[in-house]
Design a protein around this ligand. Structure first.
Ligand code: AHR
Length: 506
């Protein structure tokens, strides 16, 4: 088989890879927030810091987690922020609702606790506002409570609850999936409501960045959802489009069959679905460009993305047939999901001029979690390793990479793909061998050859491999030798693997 050649085009940088593209999502859904992140301040068995599991904190601190969205998801449109402030024992117990689950919600993890978590993780907070069952006044009050510098009653209440200083939360979601669980709005009705909410929120804090609910074209299996949502919302807003800083879209990969026992065909179907996410971003950018004529910048907020296997959903391809009962929204996370994630991140870097933030769904236990817990045990998933291995790219300048020669995969794409970035110290390249069972030799040009490179590889004996509490290291990174090779470098990639190599700037 012919070697693959990668050529870095350092002379044509794409743009800056914002750390916001590496955001996460914590919803009060299943065991994500309660149990996964938060065990409460009265917990005796599991070590914690002010109620947050110490082991989970430590793992997340090593990622990093630059951005965290909370409290939903569908949960956000039932959430009333006042329920989650003040003395914990006086907080009401409500019906916690998201995605069809109904649980007792004691509100012990509220605004102050969440913002404390963000501080511990070094994450920027992104709060999702309730437009489904809340009001403009309620969301304006939350914004004032969090951010006001003026000593209003709300700001004094914040101080009495432990934070004299304003939290300065920049990112505010105005609804979530308002075309569905967030109220079944139609596009025009949503645009009118968004205009009212956004106008009032801007009065309270002109520096808040407002995220509107968007929807790229509904997928064929999503019945009854309005087409051309984004265009209709933007058209209806007209000149008021300036109230919008980001337009949110969600994309879940659902075409890969079972979580573990997938076939080779299903393996590639999932990778293709992950790759298709970039087209969704591109199409959204085109709609924004057409509507604004480039006169006002609206970023794309991919604020929910990742794999959602049929075992963890009652909807979509094979959903009802294969869904576990009762549904927990938990799923296995295999080496295949890791490869798919690396493919998606290549797209993020290529689209970094239009994609302004992204949140992987979700952070602990639920969907494509990076961390799993079971009682006192904790382990990290292959996806965790992928994100950690991308750390050198955060804040760096994305560079185009040309791929030539090498083998292809079904559908014709190159078996090996890559993303590269540089900062003033180093060039980082993440390479993915998408192939089910063929290794690849990769030669790298355009990054010099004078210095020693270091590399890290994530691979497994099978694309179906995953980590468990008993076998937490089955999929874990290992060092990779980077060979100097003429005027470039060479690496060897096993099948279904990815690697990051770091080369000092030349
Ligand atoms: O991430 C799970 C759910 O998926 C969210 O609550 C919702 O926004 C989406 O439909």
């Amino acid at each position: 088989m012919q070697d693959t050649k990668l050529t870095l085009r350092a002379e044509a940088p794409i743009g800056t890879i914002s750390p916001r593209l590496y955001g996460h999502f914590a919803e009060h859904l299943g065991r994500c927030c309660y149990e996964g992140l938060w065990v409460g301040t009265n917990e005796r068995e599991i070590p914690h810091q002010n109620g947050f599991r110490t082991d989970v904190l430590k793992a997340l601190q090593a990622l990093p987690v630059p951005l965290l969205r909370w409290p939903g998801g569908c949960y956000a449109d039932h959430y009333h922020w006042r329920d989650g402030i003040g003395p914990a024992e006086q907080r009401p117990v409500r019906l916690g609702m998201s995605c069809g689950l109904q649980v007792e919600d004691d509100n012990s993890l509220g605004t102050h606790e969440f913002l404390q978590l963000c501080k511990l993780l070094g994450a920027e907070a992104y709060l999702a506002g309730n437009m489904g069952s809340g009001s403009v006044q309620e969301l304006s009050d939350w914004l004032e409570y969090c951010n006001s510098q003026v000593a209003t009653s709300l700001a004094r209440e914040r101080a009495a609850n432990g934070s004299r200083e304003p939290f300065g939360v920049k990112l505010w979601g105005v609804g979530n999936e308002s075309w569905g669980c967030g109220g079944n709005y139609d596009a025009v009705q949503y645009a009118k409501e968004f205009r009212r909410y956004a106008t009032m929120l801007r009065h309270v804090d002109p520096t808040a960045e407002l995220v509107a609910v968007g929807l790229e074209e509904p997928r064929p299996f999503a019945k009854g959802i309005e087409p051309h949502w984004n265009q209709k919302v933007l058209d209806e807003l007209g000149g008021h489009v300036r109230l919008m800083d980001h337009l949110a879209i969600h994309y879940y990969w659902v075409l890969g069959g079972p979580e573990i026992d997938f076939t080779e065909e299903e393996y590639y179907a999932l990778l293709n679905d992950a790759a298709a996410q970039e087209d969704v971003v591109r199409r959204t950018a085109e709609v924004i460009q057409a509507a604004t004529g480039g006169r006002h910048r609206i970023g794309i907020a991919l604020d929910e993305w990742g794999v959602w296997h049929p075992e963890a959903r009652p909807w979509g391809p094979r959903g009802a047939a294969d869904c576990r009962a009762p549904i927990t929204y938990e799923q296995a996370n295999t080496m295949r999901d890791a490869v798919a994630t690396a493919i998606a991140l290549e797209g993020f870097h290529r689209q970094c001029n239009v994609l302004t933030l992204a949140n992987l769904a979700q952070i602990v236990n639920v969907l494509q979690a990076v961390v799993m817990t079971e009682g006192a045990q904790m382990w990290v998933t292959p996806t965790y390793h992928v994100l950690r291995m991308h750390r050198p790219h955060l804040g760096a300048t994305a560079l185009p990479v040309e791929v030539s020669h090498g083998s292809t995969i079904p559908g014709g794409a190159s078996g090996v793909s890559a993303t590269a970035s540089r900062n003033n110290r180093q060039v980082a390249i993440t390479l993915t061998n998408r192939h089910w069972d063929q290794p690849a030799t990769v030669r790298i040009a355009g990054a010099g050859s004078s210095a020693e490179g270091r590399g890290e590889l994530l691979s497994a004996d099978s694309p179906r491999a995953y980590n468990t509490a008993d076998e937490p290291e089955r999929v874990a990174p290992t060092p990779l030798t980077v060979h100097r090779d003429g005027d470039g470098y060479r690496v060897e990639l096993p099948p279904h693997s990815l690697a990051t190599i770091v080369l000092p700037s030349h």
